[in-house]
Design a protein around this ligand. Structure first.
Ligand code: SF4
Length: 454
């Protein structure tokens, strides 16, 4: 039984790993002959790839499931992902869900749906929908996300992921390279290497299944990131791959040796997302993060010695349980001192089942909001400072999209340091196209932080 001609819509919540897994599921449906459509359109199957990182993520996941059901009452609603792993099946089904798929079964999704249809005897290749309608939501062939690792053994006090995704598991490098080779053949030029705890990649290579849970939170510092470097070296040799970008890594993986190793990899992008979460040591301790602000700053110094103007971006949680005014101010001062090029600011959201959920002195929402606004203001200043470094300089851009703004046409893309660039189409050669690497001179910066190139 196949699911040919059915219209399948995806909606993804949460992290890059989830987005990666959605793209794999999309590919599997396409290979089976299904048509991927936008979630705003009428579909036969809606697949909601859920997240459970906070109570708010849970709520959002439930809302999306509910909304999909309303969109087409006759459709099949599939819930997959971390919310399905953490909630009871009964609770998930209460949102009108027909099929629940846990994270480990995502690769089997087409098979599961096919047998579901077979059971229900509702397969019908004449779905009656217009085959020529638009298929928004289909990925562009520029940048592809690859998951090389899943699970986490860090147990940060606010995070449910180790309980939901389980202990860490790394993919074997040959497998990863094979997948990237086929993406390169499809035309992808940039690869983003992702994982739940990327820095731990490979520490489980010689560990038996039953001993994985014993891998400590510090194990990766002993491996010095060698398995990751070796994988990236192999990726850089794949024909057609021009850029390699790393997802979020831990400050403790960065040593002189590791940074030097990265700097020697062809096409490696000097963009480092080092999760900080708090710039105050007492808060970091309550979060059960395993580094100090001093160690973090040392890692940043190493990166700045080994790379020219690297982009250092981060995540910071404001309003974590018990965060005093002084602790928050310490974080703000620290963020300014580090000079991040961008900060993703998150308001702490309690997650039942985590250690921090039972902490005393939880912060009220209005104070979280106030702190978040303050840190967002600091972020805008830091971002503008960083972007001004490129004025008058030449930057390499991988073009992605053609956009129309105020009657003018532009092509947009990102630099190696992940700064968005907009280039007026008129001022460039006729061969300007999407998915092209070009060298442009930065002539200005827009108020919303986009570099203007020529
Ligand atoms: S490192 Fe911490 S925040 Fe990240 S997935 Fe692991 S436990 Fe969660």
């Amino acid at each position: 039984m196949n699911i040919q001609n059915l219209r399948v819509a995806f909606l993804t919540l949460g992290c890059k790993v989830n987005y990666y897994e959605t793209s794999k599921m999309e590919d599997a449906f396409k290979a089976a002959g299904a048509q991927i459509v936008s979630v705003d359109e009428k579909a036969d199957i809606y697949i909601i790839n859920t997240c459970t990182v906070t109570n708010i993520a849970d709520r959002k996941s439930r809302q999306m499931l509910h909304r999909a059901r309303k969109k087409n009452p006759d459709s099949i609603i599939v819930a997959c992902g971390c919310y399905v792993n953490s909630a009871t099946e009964e609770k998930v089904r209460a949102e009108g869900v027909d099929i629940c798929i846990t994270n480990d079964l995502k690769p089997e999704i087409v098979k599961i749906l096919s047998s579901y249809y077979m059971d229900k005897q509702i397969i019908n290749s004449e779905t009656g929908y217009d085959e020529t309608s638009t298929t928004k939501g289909v990925q562009k062939r520029t940048r592809a996300y690859i998951k090389i690792q899943d699970g986490c053994n860090q147990y940060c006090s606010y995070c449910i992921i180790p309980y939901v995704r389980g202990v860490l598991r790394s993919r074997n490098p040959e497998d990863v390279c094979e997948e990237i080779e086929s993406l390169a053949k499809e035309g992808y030029k940039e690869i983003v290497i992702t994982g739940i705890h990327l820095s731990s990649y490979g520490v489980d290579f010689n560990v038996e299944e039953e001993n994985r849970s014993k891998i400590t939170a510090n194990a990766f510092t002993e491996s010095k990131g060698a398995p990751l470097i070796s994988l990236l070296e192999n990726v850089s040799k794949i024909d057609g791959i021009e850029r390699i970008r790393l997802g979020s890594i831990e400050p403790r993986i960065i040593t002189e040796e590791f940074a030097k190793g990265l700097s020697e990899i062809k096409g490696f992008c000097p963009h480092f997302h080092l999760s900080l979460q708090s710039g105050c040591d007492t808060t970091l301790k309550r979060m059960n993060r395993h580094y100090t602000t001093h160690e973090y700053a040392e890692s940043v110094d190493i990166l700045r010695r080994c790379f020219d103007a690297p982009a250092i971006t981060t995540d910071i949680i404001v309003g974590f349980a018990g965060e005093t005014d002084e602790e928050f101010e310490t974080t703000c001062d620290y963020a300014a001192k580090i000079g991040f090029s961008d900060i993703h600011v998150f308001k702490y959201s309690r997650r039942s089942g985590t250690v921090a959920d039972s902490y005393p002195n939880q912060i009220n929402e209005s104070l979280k909001h106030e702190r978040s606004n303050k840190l967002i203001d600091i972020t805008s200043r830091l971002k503008a400072n960083y972007e001004s470094l490129f004025l008058g300089k030449k930057v390499s851009v991988l073009t992605e999209d053609t956009v129309e703004l105020g009657g003018m046409r532009y092509i947009e893309g990102y630099t190696e340091r992940y700064v968005r660039v907009r280039i007026p189409l008129e001022s460039n050669s006729p061969d300007i196209a999407e998915n092209n690497l070009m060298l442009v001179t930065v002539e200005g910066v827009t108020s919303d932080g986009v570099l203007l190139g020529k």
